[in-house]
Design a protein around this ligand. Structure first.
Ligand code: GLP
Length: 243
């Protein structure tokens, strides 16, 4: 893994946006893998800014999101479809027909997962996958467990993830307990991965991530064997790393 340590969250976001701009300059019809959560919001702001300045044309871009809450449809203001529209897609010239997020209310979940996986393949695979990380080391919604899944699948959220994401919902009853997520295999197939980690509350998991072990109990640790993965940290997230 290549490591980039940036002074601030703004610098981290700018760095990631410029990496994506570089890819789009080289390959205007590239496929982007996108993430949700608070971490990539700064990146999306930068991409919108670059687009408004005439620096990025998204008209030929295809996107695949990592995950979606089971039980929320795209109109729900905490669904990841809503998040993506609100933070990025509504502000750039992307064709929304080319933006894919798993359907959280699909009747046949297995079929939805299978089709999502096939569609990624059909579109030529993901060129850059943006990732955040959960405080428990999850990527997408691949939670720490004895085993991890290869392909897009349905995942039970851990209590830790539910507690951590509860802040976005008005009550625990409203918070979904499952999600559809790309699998570890789907993520690892991306040609390049950019993992963004910001803030003091991620410093512990960052220290564990760089302890030289790979374990399904820390799903992000598998990224160590990807041949083109860049981890971008701000100084707070990097604060417990040995220099
Ligand atoms: C959610 C998403 C992850 C994201 C994580 C961390 O659980 N499924 O993709 O990385 O939140 O979010 P944040 O960036 O808000 O810490």
């Amino acid at each position: 893994m290549n490591i980039e340590i940036k002074k601030s969250y703004d610098e981290l976001s700018r760095f990631a946006a410029l990496e994506i701009k570089k890819l789009i300059d080289e390959k205007p019809n590239c496929v982007l893998g996108l993430a949700t959560g608070s971490t990539p919001i700064g990146l999306y702001k930068e991409l919108v800014k670059l687009h408004k300045e005439g620096e990025i044309d998204f008209s030929k871009i295809t996107t695949f999101n990592l995950d979606e809450y089971r039980g929320l449809d795209g109109d729900h203001n905490q669904s990841y479809r809503y998040f993506m529209d609100d933070n990025l897609f509504n502000h750039i010239n992307i064709d929304k027909n080319n933006t894919f997020v798993p359907n959280g209310v699909a009747q046949d979940v297995d079929d939805e997962c299978k089709k999502y996986e096939e569609l990624m393949e059909e579109k030529g695979g993901v060129d850059i996958q943006v990732l955040g990380i959960g405080v428990n080391g999850h990527i997408g919604f691949n939670e720490p467990n004895k085993h991890l899944y290869m392909d897009t699948h349905i995942e039970d959220l851990t209590d830790e993830t539910i507690s951590s994401n509860l802040r976005f919902f008005s009550s625990r009853e409203e918070m979904p307990t499952q999600a559809i997520t790309m699998g570890i295999g789907s993520i690892m197939k991306a040609k390049r991965i950019i993992l963004l980690i910001s803030g003091k509350n991620k410093a512990d998991i960052v220290a564990k991530l760089f302890s030289g072990k790979i374990t399904t109990e820390l799903p992000a640790s598998i990224l160590q064997i990807h041949n083109n993965c860049t981890v971008v940290l701000d100084e707070e997230a990097a604060s417990l790393l040995n220099k």
